[in-house]
Design a protein around this ligand. Sequence first.
Ligand SMILES: *[C@@H]1O[C@H](CO)[C@@H](O)[C@H](O)[C@H]1NC(C)=O
Ligand SMILES: *[C@@H]1O[C@H](CO)[C@@H](O)[C@H](O)[C@H]1NC(C)=O
Ligand SMILES: *[C@@H]1O[C@H](CO)[C@@H](O)[C@H](O)[C@H]1NC(C)=O
Ligand SMILES: *[C@@H]1O[C@H](CO)[C@@H](O)[C@H](O)[C@H]1NC(C)=O
Ligand SMILES: *[C@@H]1O[C@H](CO)[C@@H](O)[C@H](O)[C@H]1NC(C)=O
Ligand SMILES: *[C@@H]1O[C@H](CO)[C@@H](O)[C@H](O)[C@H]1NC(C)=O
Ligand SMILES: *[C@@H]1O[C@H](CO)[C@@H](O)[C@H](O)[C@H]1NC(C)=O
Ligand SMILES: *[C@@H]1O[C@H](CO)[C@@H](O)[C@H](O)[C@H]1NC(C)=O
Ligand SMILES: *[C@@H]1O[C@H](CO)[C@@H](O)[C@H](O)[C@H]1NC(C)=O
Ligand SMILES: [Zn+2]
Length: 506
Amino acid sequence: MRLLNTAAALTVGAGSAGAASILLQGGTIVGFDKETDSLNVIRNGSILITSDRISAIYNDEDSSARNITHNDTEIIDVTNKIITPGFVDTHRHGWQTGFKTIGSNTSLAEYFTRYGEFAAAGKLSPDDVYLGQLAGLYEALNAGVTTTLDHAHHTWSNETAEAGLEASIDSGARVFWSYAFHNVTNYTVSEQLANFRNIAESGSFHGTATSLGVACDFFGPDPVLEDVHAVVDLAREFNVSVITTHSLAGPWGITNSPEDVHAVGALNTSIPVVFSHASFLTFRGASLLRSTNQHISITPESEMHYGHTHPHSHLIQDQGALGVDTHFTFSTDILTQARLWLQSTRRRLYSHVLDRWRIPTQTPMTANQAFLLATRNGGLALRRPDLGIIADGAKADLVIWDGDSPALLGWVDPVAAVILHASVGDIEHVLVDGKFVKKDGRIVAQDYPEIRRRFVQSARGIQETWKEMSFEALTGEFPESGASFEQPLKVDVLRGSESGYGTRFV
Ligand SMILES: *[C@@H]1O[C@H](CO)[C@@H](O)[C@H](O)[C@H]1NC(C)=O
Ligand SMILES: *[C@@H]1O[C@H](CO)[C@@H](O)[C@H](O)[C@H]1NC(C)=O
Ligand SMILES: *[C@@H]1O[C@H](CO)[C@@H](O)[C@H](O)[C@H]1NC(C)=O
Ligand SMILES: *[C@@H]1O[C@H](CO)[C@@H](O)[C@H](O)[C@H]1NC(C)=O
Ligand SMILES: *[C@@H]1O[C@H](CO)[C@@H](O)[C@H](O)[C@H]1NC(C)=O
Ligand SMILES: *[C@@H]1O[C@H](CO)[C@@H](O)[C@H](O)[C@H]1NC(C)=O
Ligand SMILES: *[C@@H]1O[C@H](CO)[C@@H](O)[C@H](O)[C@H]1NC(C)=O
Ligand SMILES: *[C@@H]1O[C@H](CO)[C@@H](O)[C@H](O)[C@H]1NC(C)=O
Ligand SMILES: *[C@@H]1O[C@H](CO)[C@@H](O)[C@H](O)[C@H]1NC(C)=O
Ligand SMILES: [Zn+2]
């Protein structure tokens, strides 16, 4: 056990312990109608949660809701509040929390030399991984992100690997913790395979909201087939919850494309595959995603911050979901991702018309679509139709928004209110598996103050190490692909100044 008080972390549902069911009474519910495949707003409605699932949804004409007076049901008044499904983040690296704010100006090429899995190997202890992962997941839960697909590339040793899994379990979040196989110093792929097998067989995550997935970035180009097959066979043997990969084609040359994954027989199976970024996806790749029902994870802020970009992602949103990626550099919440994606997609498609000196009429994308991308599509990407929706039988992963907050006051459309006006500060309660993980604006976990203290101490250590690290000059060619480096136009906000580019305050 990593912590003296791990047991406390596991009782995240303490706030509702004792009640077998919870009734959220009298709020506006953004439900999902499975018959029409669309959002379904229920005003003055109530949600009955039994154990980990939604067992009934009532509207105001439904008198049975008023009859729920059993003494084992905790009744929560949600008058004037909006209830949405929890957000689903389909791409994140939880361990990186300790880097917070130090990568504000980084580019992707620089990221690889400083902050990525290869650069960080050997520099973080198992405790650093545990605390970063746990603090990062509490940060996500606070922001209403109830499901996270974690591309866990802190697998530098048996101990750092296991620390990240343990933190995921302890967080109470729904984590698809995906063990990354990679060619890192001092820990061979065969050692990783043995460690994975050990973890899978130990079943330490059984009965928790965490499940075991696989992450792998060596599907292509030029895969070492022996390693790829070993990873794919293991994923099949243990029927993992997901396979995920970073897919960056075009000048990046780190393809891991649907074509690459299909070539090794891992695309058209019952295991979901999530392609993070899918920058420079080809038409054939998109067709494969549709015919095999696999998804991409669009990480709008990451792809703009670093410059991987997403030239075709708007054309494959039917097989798309949203992700945050490296939350140490920018927003941690899927709500911000949904808003950035909605508005930047609108801008992109408006421009196509304006570029021809014409005037756009209708909007190219709606708030409803952004809402679905942030919730249900994430569930579908993980082949979990019971995640990211509010409907009978769905998992009780829910977010309750303060409809009377200064930002929301006056709302009538709850979907527009959340997608275009709300912020993390408007989130009052969050539930995962029918248990409160955030209540009355606060993280419920009893050990949160202690974790916070220990995390800050760990982060300071990490930041000191990184402060000492010199920046590598990026000259010549990007090693992964051979594409030439080039300095983009630097803009300035101070007239006539050469120094307005500024510095980082680290
Ligand atoms: C909401 O529904 C309940 C019945 O379930 C009713 O008593 C109450 O007046 C309704 N409130 C509003 C604001 O319509
Ligand atoms: C609700 O309770 C009332 C009074 O106890 C009863 O008459 C009515 O049938 C109940 N309705 C439902 C739907 O259970
Ligand atoms: C409800 O309360 C009554 C009386 O206090 C008690 O007899 C009964 O066992 C309780 N039911 C449950 C399900 O807790
Ligand atoms: C970020 O800022 C540091 C100085 O704080 C600088 O050395 C580094 O090159 C910058 N990175 C990029 C990508 O501009
Ligand atoms: C690899 O192990 C050697 C020997 O223990 C150590 O000196 C080195 O720092 C390690 N490198 C990494 C990246 O872990
Ligand atoms: C792993 O990395 C080492 C050193 O960077 C390199 O020599 C080796 O070819 C790589 N192996 C694979 C399978 O990519
Ligand atoms: C890592 O775990 C594997 C599987 O349990 C084991 O075979 C191996 O010896 C461990 N490595 C170390 C360095 O402890
Ligand atoms: C694999 O796991 C999924 C749930 O993640 C389940 O639906 C499916 O039946 C399992 N398949 C096999 C072959 O066990
Ligand atoms: C996927 O497998 C199904 C049968 O299981 C087959 O009908 C379909 O053609 C396959 N798709 C591709 C792209 O291979
Ligand atoms: Zn990533």
